[in-house]
Design a binder for this molecule. Structure first.
Ligand SMILES: NC(=O)c1ccc[n+]([C@@H]2O[C@H](COP(=O)([O-])OP(=O)(O)OC[C@H]3O[C@@H](n4cnc5c(N)ncnc54)[C@H](OP(=O)(O)O)[C@@H]3O)[C@@H](O)[C@H]2O)c1
Length: 255
């Protein structure tokens, strides 16, 4: 058995947007390492997916709770953290993973699109952290960002700007919430087996895999393992960083 198995025992973790994709993988990885995990989703239609994640966690003996909340609604966010407090009495780990985007060239984005991107990807994180901190005597916050924070990606301008802002906030929170709460970000490359990667033609994904020094695209589990590491005591001295998990894709200047 690996040294880190069950190192998150007795920790309570909330992973936003964990009904599917990367959030699901993070919830399951934290659970495998011993944490109780709150599975969060937004829509009625994803309730069954969230329940399935919770069921997987129960099968390995973890305490879990499914919470539906629209993170752009302050009332929903407040209720979500009340439910966490009522069920577990504390929070040790918050993973801000939920995201939603409008993929268009910048000049085609309307006011409502900007509002949506800021509200879901930025304001919601600020709100979640505000409610989480009183429940965390010590703990870890991990924000999930993407290469759009540092690179140009077609139609990704709005979400990229939000991700860059999250990485900036990560540094500020890391200082302002220290020493008890550690804050870092995990910046993912193009992640296969997600709703986003499903939109990408297979020949483009093959090209990305070829250009990736690791020899394949990143998978949700790759992100989840780095998040779990940042949540572990081994990462005590890592603060305010955005760890790129892209298999080395962005290292090359020329293909
Ligand atoms: N996919 C990639 O290639 C990639 C690469 C790098 C970084 N990332 C980042 O990784 C994270 C997860 O990505 P993903 O592709 O796995 O996401 P996804 O499949 O699109 O899932 C998004 C999650 O966020 C939830 N959500 C969306 N809007 C919400 C709102 N207003 N309130 C509450 N929850 C909301 C969704 O809930 P419902 O299920 O109820 O809709 C869902 O659980 C994001 O931060 C993304 O930017 C993704």
């Amino acid at each position: 058995m690996l040294g880190h198995a069950m190192d998150l025992q007795n920790r309570v973790a909330l992973v936003t947007g964990s009904s599917r994709g990367i959030g699901r993988a993070i919830a399951l990885e934290l659970g495998r390492r011993g944490a109780s995990v709150i599975v969060h989703h937004r829509r009625n239609s994803t309730r069954a997916l969230a329940e399935a994640v919770a069921q997987e966690l129960r099968q390995i003996g973890r305490h879990t709770l499914v919470i539906k909340a629209n993170l752009v609604d302050p009332h929903d966010v407040a209720q979500m953290f009340s439910a966490v407090q009522n069920a577990f009495g504390k929070l040790d780990i918050l993973v801000n993973n939920a995201a939603s985007a409008v993929f268009r060239p910048l000049l085609q984005l309307e006011e409502k699109h900007w509002e949506h991107v800021w509200d879901v990807n930025l304001r919601a994180i600020v709100l979640c952290i505000k409610h989480a901190v009183p429940l965390m005597s010590t703990g870890v916050i991990v924000n999930i960002t993407s290469l759009g924070s540092i690179k140009y990606l077609p139609n990704y301008g709005a979400l990229g700007a939000a991700k860059a802002a999250i990485e900036s906030l990560t540094r500020s929170y890391a200082v302002e919430l220290a020493p008890a709460i550690r804050v870092n970000a995990v910046c993912g490359g193009l992640v296969d087996e997600t709703s986003f990667s499903e939109l990408i033609p297979s020949e483009v994904k093959e090209r990305v895999a070829q250009l990736t020094p690791a020899g394949r695209m990143v998978k949700p589990g790759d992100i989840a393992k780095v998040v779990a590491f940042l949540c572990s005591d081994d990462a005590e001295m890592i603060r305010g960083q955005s760890i790129i998990v892209d298999g080395g894709l962005t290292l090359g200047l020329l293909p």
